[in-house]
Design a protein around this ligand. Structure first.
Ligand code: NAD
Ligand code: DAU
Length: 337
């Protein structure tokens, strides 16, 4: 049985990936997460007692801690999901993005090199390719052209990964996925903002004209693809991940209002995001042909299920609204120690 260091496992994708791996593999997982505002251990409450899962609170920028974890738990490989992930926050303040996304990735790469780890997966993003015009899609050969401080920090990390493969033979792979949706997404991102505001009949803030296009994929399909790349991807390669579900933001917001039976009068046009990327679309033919991956969730069904999940998890939403989620670690992990 192998042991994986999975970083950022208290976030949206990381927590879904942990649940997926516990369900479908026999790996042991050490989840290293700094519990920033985006880290929520309540996301893992249903699996927190699983003997194959260990949680360590700390930052991926802490080289000594990463070193100790790898030695103590005999870690074989790393999946790096930890990141500052929200574009709007990177526009307000870029420094934390460079710290975690660039310096943190460098710390993990140095550790992978030092300990001779068998595998390193960098969870990157399609945003490193920049913005598309009305036609075409990002392939792995599309030049990197990031437009936001967030995507610039992710692209910088990708270049470090590439350099560690070529210079130090670190057996790394990179995934670049499009916009994820599904359960446990922090309500600062588009979909949960739209769903929660619609449920509470508050205005839905649409940036600019709302005609920007995102290419949506259910987080479960992303997790399956990540594990396939981690286990079967070729060292040094980049794999795009996407499910061919392009939608203008306004269209998605309208679908959510329809699903919840709310009026379109809630749609509220607000000042556009500076440097807003107009369109993303992923060409995922490489992972499809080389590794046989296929998405399993249609957007219409996945969106309905996601709306239903938020409706059924009002307490989870409320704990974020009040800030109580930030005490979860103290309340559930540290008592008696
Ligand atoms: P998220 O913001 O929900 O979660 C990020 C997690 O990382 C949080 O638990 C946070 O506490 C943790 N973290 C932040 N800084 C840390 C540090 N210094 N050390 C340890 N942990 C730290 O993000 P997400 O949406 O789940 O994204 C996960 C990864 O996937 C990111 O690398 C992101 O760039 C990438 N990605 C996201 C999407 C998407 O649509 N959400 C799409 C493609 C790629
Ligand atoms: O493409 C992958 C990326 O998708 C990930 O790398 C990022 O971590 C993730 O945050 C996401 O980036 P986006 O900028 O596309 O996601 P966001 O949810 O912030 O916004 C989606 C679209 O919706 C975008 O065009 C901006 C718009 N938007 C967003 C919010 C939060 C609104 O119109 N209103 C809003 O309130």
């Amino acid at each position: 049985m192998s042991t994986l260091l999975l970083t950022g496992g208290a976030g949206f994708i990381g927590s879904n990936l942990i649940r997926f791996l516990l369900r479908t593999t026999d790996v042991r997982i050490v989840n290293l997460d700094a519990l920033t505002y985006a880290g929520n251990l309540e996301n893992l409450s249903d699996v927190e007692h699983d003997p194959r899962l260990t949680f360590v609170k700390g930052s991926i920028t802490d080289a000594d801690l990463v070193d100790r974890i790898i030695t103590t738990y005999s870690v074989d490989g790393i999946i790096n999901c930890a990141a500052e992930s929200h574009v709007d926050r990177s526009i307000a303040s870029a420094a934390p993005f460079v710290d975690t996304n660039v310096t943190g990735t460098l710390v993990l790469l140095e550790a992978a090199k030092k300990h001779g780890l068998q595998r390193f997966l960098q969870m990157s993003t399609d945003e490193v390719y920049g913005s598309l015009g009305p036609v075409g899609a990002f392939s792995e050969d599309t030049p990197i052209a990031p437009n936001s401080p967030y995507s610039a920090s992710k692209a910088s990390a990708d270049l470090l990964v590439r350099a560690f493969v070529h210079t130090h033979n670190v057996p790394a792979v990179i995934t670049r996925c499009s916009n994820n949706y599904g359960p446990y997404q922090f309500p600062e991102k588009f979909l949960p903002v739209m769903i929660l505001n619609a449920m509470e009949e508050r205005p839905l803030p649409i940036y600019g004209n709302g005609l920007q296009v995102r290419d949506w994929i259910h987080v479960d399909d992303h997790c399956a693809a990540v594990w396939l790349v981690y286990t079967k991807g070729r060292v040094g390669e980049v794999y795009n991940i996407g499910a061919e579900n392009e939608r203008p933001n306004l269209h998605v917001a309208r679908e959510i209002l329809r699903e919840l039976g709310k009026t379109e009068a809630l749609l509220t046009y607000v000042t556009d995001r500076p440097g807003h990327d107009v369109r993303y679309a992923i060409n995922a033919s490489k992972i499809r042909t080389e590794l046989g991956w296929r998405p399993t969730r249609s957007f219409d069904e996945g969106l309905r299920a996601t709306v239903a999940w938020y409706r059924a998890h009002q307490a989870w939403c409320e704990n974020i609204r009040t800030g109580a989620y930030q005490d979860y670690y103290e309340r559930n992990y540290t008592s008696g120690t």
